[in-house]
Design a binder for this molecule. Structure first.
Ligand SMILES: *Cc1c(COP(=O)(O)O)cnc(C)c1O
Length: 428
């Protein structure tokens, strides 16, 4: 495969954009080499600037759950565009998509739209703090909630005390209010709660983490979390930016039968346009301005093009709930196929899967949290990534990312992927 034009475009980009990209993971730092520049995409395929065709397992990191350039989404955006692209005034379509989202997701009465998952999570935490009158939050190591200061925190000297900044520019003061627990480890949570009595506003979690590979919650973990929150007047925030409208119509809340107090969305809810949202029961959402005291705003929030794309996407998913089953079946098929060829070629691996999220870890132990995810062999992953790419299979350029399937993938595509994995794993 040739990447001449992509490499040239990357050189040009680096002159005027830091690292040549507008979001770091795109730069291929974790796997080496130059990133691929996309020209266009349709269905399950990416077409790059050098004329290569790739089977896409990232799907814009999740949003394109039905495949790229999905006709009803594309048409909705085109039609909306002709009528003006932003007004900074209320529009009817905002109520339409809000009604639909509220009807699809359990335990929410009201929803507010923003422009990214980061914004949704940042605002959800502010709302939780305002509502409870408490300052501290608990997050889990390896869970990603966007790049706002409160979330860029790593384990401090004692993981059971407070976190420390993991990016320059995040102040120690901010870091002190974020406590770090370990995913799938309820004791790490109860210890923090006991040591910080009456100080914790919320626990924010990816109910199924997708940002350290895909990690399924162990039996009872999310239930125990719900209980700890109930017993201590702590709000439970499910960050469903990745899982919302992907694992089921009602996301992880529906899949696991657990109600969160605040839910955040992004990715699928925007159908490929920049959209985030956060939602909760009425008494919590009414705390937001202009009804309540917690301030939150956005010039382009509820933008008509973004709402048109999101509404078209949610309408499809709502009218075809069998999509989630179809996706889960395809992902299971891929899982079985990959596991078989990796085992046949004696490549040590662990595969995690929930619904249409799947990740391959090159390690022996099961991957249940950030620590175990970090045990995987990164050199093996790098080679795997580049060899798969050379065979026309595009997976996420980092061992800590999940693959997202889209429903445009055919079983023939999956077989091609499994065959490629078979060839590649002979050389691993
Ligand atoms: C992608 C992601 C975010 C951040 O969303 P952006 O739109 O990139 O700001 C937050 N939480 C989770 C779980 C995500 O996967």
């Amino acid at each position: 495969m040739i990447y001449k034009r992509s490499s040239a475009l990357f050189s040009e980009a680096q002159k005027v954009i830091p690292g040549g990209v507008n979001s770091p993971v795109r730069a291929f730092k974790a796997v080496g080499g130059d990133p691929i520049f996309v020209k266009r995409a349709e269905g399950a395929y990416l077409y790059d600037e050098d004329g290569n065709t790739l089977i896409d397992y990232i799907n814009s990191w999740g949003p394109m759950i039905l495949g790229h350039a999905y006709p009803s989404v594309v048409n909705a955006v085109i039609e909306k565009t002709k009528k003006g692209t932003s007004f900074g005034m209320p529009t009817e379509i905002e109520t339409e998509i809000a009604k639909l989202a509220v009807s699809m997701v359990p335990n929410i009465d009201k929803i507010r739209f923003v422009n990214s998952g980061t914004e949704a999570c940042m605002s959800a935490v502010r709302l939780a703090r305002g509502y409870t009158g408490k300052d501290k939050i608990i997050k889990f190591a390896g869970c990603y909630h966007g790049h706002s200061d409160s979330f860029l925190i790593q384990a401090g000297s004692g993981a059971v005390t407070f976190g420390s900044p993991n990016s320059p520019g995040v102040t120690k003061g901010t870091a002190q209010d974020t406590l770090l627990a370990s995913y799938n480890d309820i004791e790490s949570v109860t210890t923090l709660v006991e040591n910080n009595r009456d100080e914790i506003a919320c626990i924010i979690i990816e109910p199924v983490p997708g940002n350290m590979g895909c990690i399924p919650p162990s039996d009872g973990f999310l239930q125990s979390l719900r209980k700890v929150c109930d017993e201590n007047d702590i709000l439970l925030i499910f960050d469903e930016v990745m899982t919302g409208f992907r694992l089921a119509k009602g996301g992880a809340q529906e899949l696991y039968g657990i109600n969160a107090d605040i839910v955040t969305f992004g990715k699928v809810i925007g159908g490929g346009l920049p959209v985030g949202a956060f939602a909760a029961r009425e008494e919590i959402m009414n705390f937001l301005a202009p009804l309540g005291p917690v301030y939150q705003a956005g010039t382009l929030s509820g933008n008509p093009l973004a709402m048109a794309a999101g509404l078209a996407m949610l309408t499809e998913l709502n009218s075809k709930p069998q999509v989630f089953e179809s996706l889960a079946k395809k992902t299971e098929y891929l899982h079985k196929g990959l596991a078989e060829v990796l085992s046949r070629n004696k490549v040590t691996h662990t595969i995690n899967r929930v619904g249409s999220m799947i990740s391959v870890h090159f390690c022996e132990t099961s991957v249940t949290n950030f620590e175990t995810a970090a045990l995987a062999n990164n050199n093996t992953f790098k080679k795997f990534f580049h060899d798969m790419l050379a065979k026309g299979i595009y997976i996420a350029p980092s061992a800590f990312e999940t693959w997202f399937l889209c429903d445009a993938l055919t079983y023939e595509d999956l077989d091609k992927t499994i065959d490629a994995c078979n060839e590649v794993s002979k050389q691993l």
